[in-house]
Design a protein around this ligand. Structure first.
Ligand SMILES: Cc1cc2nc3c(=O)[nH]c(=O)nc-3n(C[C@H](O)[C@H](O)[C@H](O)COP(=O)(O)OP(=O)(O)OC[C@H]3O[C@@H](n4cnc5c(N)ncnc54)[C@H](O)[C@@H]3O)c2cc1C
Length: 365
């Protein structure tokens, strides 16, 4: 994860300068305008190597690496059940989706990281049902807009020649849609939102043939203010044992509602985004709240907590309460409100849990 991925972009730099002017004196030190940290390494040819699964697995999938010999990745396989002996997890039952055959995989430690909906569902299906399982669902509401960058405003901080050079460089790697991304992180009390500003040559939706924005020379920004959804026990998944879903797991319904706390911040986030848009150019799409769930960043359903008091599913080291040798990972572990991409937070929680788990495994031999 690093901040420098888009630092060389002159267009990105001009956008940052305009944002810095707009927010001058309003943001605390260290929480100002910057490039968005991303999991991507700029390459010498100007392309970006994004941190995909291959990057995460690293040596585990390298031919000839001794670690790779001890690693197996099974495709088209569905974990059906976490198996236990008393209060200790002993492995999983896996279904091969090609043959429909199931087999037992024994394990010293079981880690469930099947996303914020399907991890709690798998625990439920396995009869592991802490009170908080599936509850405290959050995401971050997001107010978005698209703005055509204004030549006069951008021209104060970047030249036409710089724009030409950037467009030429971008054209070399046309398959990668991600150009400069800037942000203003969350800070209280003045800026309780995460602003992400993505530069793009095109709008994310087709423009009508007579649109004055078609071919806008300086391009566009697609941007959004993410804001908090306070965790509440009322928001969450309700499982049923009487009905199966499309995979044959216990079905569930989702309850989720915004409260006055969120509605007030949505209004403020919309006004804030309007001001940002005016500083950069002309609105192609008005600032608007996306429907519930649009962030795709679902959290809280297997949240960690300090004590086993019914408001969490696992301890701070991701160990599921009441079941030895069972860990939980992924965005579901995040217990607090969050305003933007949750991946780095859940990775931090997972790393902490993994270190402790490794110590446990070493101690038991
Ligand atoms: C379109 C999109 C764009 C995103 N962009 C960003 C971004 O720019 N930056 C960022 O930080 N985050 C981004 N995210 C969020 C990021 O993808 C998630 O935060 C992250 O993948 C969540 O990790 P997870 O482990 O909770 O779940 P996942 O990554 O969803 O992993 C769960 C895995 O478990 C598997 N699974 C489920 N049930 C079973 C079962 N019973 N047996 C076996 N396997 C099972 C699933 O197939 C899946 O592979 C984006 C998400 C989406 C959808």
């Amino acid at each position: 994860m690093q901040n420098a991925a888009f630092a060389d972009s002159a267009v990105g730099g001009a956008i940052r300068s305009l944002l810095a002017e707009t927010f001058a004196g309003r943001l605390p030190a260290g929480y100002g305008v910057s490039t968005l940290p991303v999991s991507g390494e700029p390459q010498p040819d100007g392309s970006m190597r994004w941190g995909g699964t291959d990057f995460v697995l690293g040596p585990l999938i390298e031919d000839g690496n001794p670690l790779a010999e001890r690693f197996e990745l099974r495709d088209l396989s569905l974990v059906r059940r976490i198996e236990r002996d008393g209060d200790r997890a002993t492995g999983v039952t896996v279904e091969d989706l090609r043959t429909r055959e199931t087999s037992f995989v024994a394990a010293d430690l079981v880690v469930v990281a099947a996303d914020a909906f399907r991890s709690p569902q798998l625990l439920w299906a396995s009869g592991i049902r802490p009170t908080a399982l599936g509850r405290y669902l959050t995401e971050h509401p997001v107010v978005i807009t698209t703005v055509a960058l204004d030549a006069d405003k951008m021209g104060r901080f970047a030249t036409e020649a710089q724009l030409d050079a950037e467009l030429a460089q971008r054209a070399k790697h046309a398959a990668d849609p991600v150009a400069a991304v800037n942000r203003i992180p969350f800070s209280e009390p003045g800026h309780p939102f995460s602003l992400q500003v993505m530069y793009s040559e095109n709008t994310p939706f087709p423009l009508p043939e007579d649109s004055p924005f078609l071919g806008n020379r300086w391009g566009f920004v697609n941007m959004g203010n993410g804001l908090r959804k306070r965790p509440r026990v009322e928001d969450g998944l309700t499982f049923t044992d009487d009905e199966r879903d499309y995979r044959g797991f216990p079905n569930f319904t989702v309850d989720y509602e915004l409260t006055d706390a969120e509605l007030g911040e949505i209004e403020a986030a919309t006004a804030d985004l309007r001001q940002v848009g005016e500083a950069l150019g002309v609105f192609v799409a008005e600032p608007r709240l996306m429907p519930n769930g649009s962030s795709l960043h679902y959290m809280g359903t297997t949240r960690i907590g300090d004590t086993d008091d019914g408001t969490s599913v696992a301890d701070p080291w991701s160990r599921v309460w009441g079941v030895d040798r069972l860990l939980i990972g992924g965005n579901g572990t995040i217990p607090t409100a969050n305003t933007m991409n949750p991946t780095l937070t859940s990775v931090a929680i997972a790393v902490r849990g993994a270190r402790t788990a490794a110590e446990t495994l070493r101690s038991v031999g």
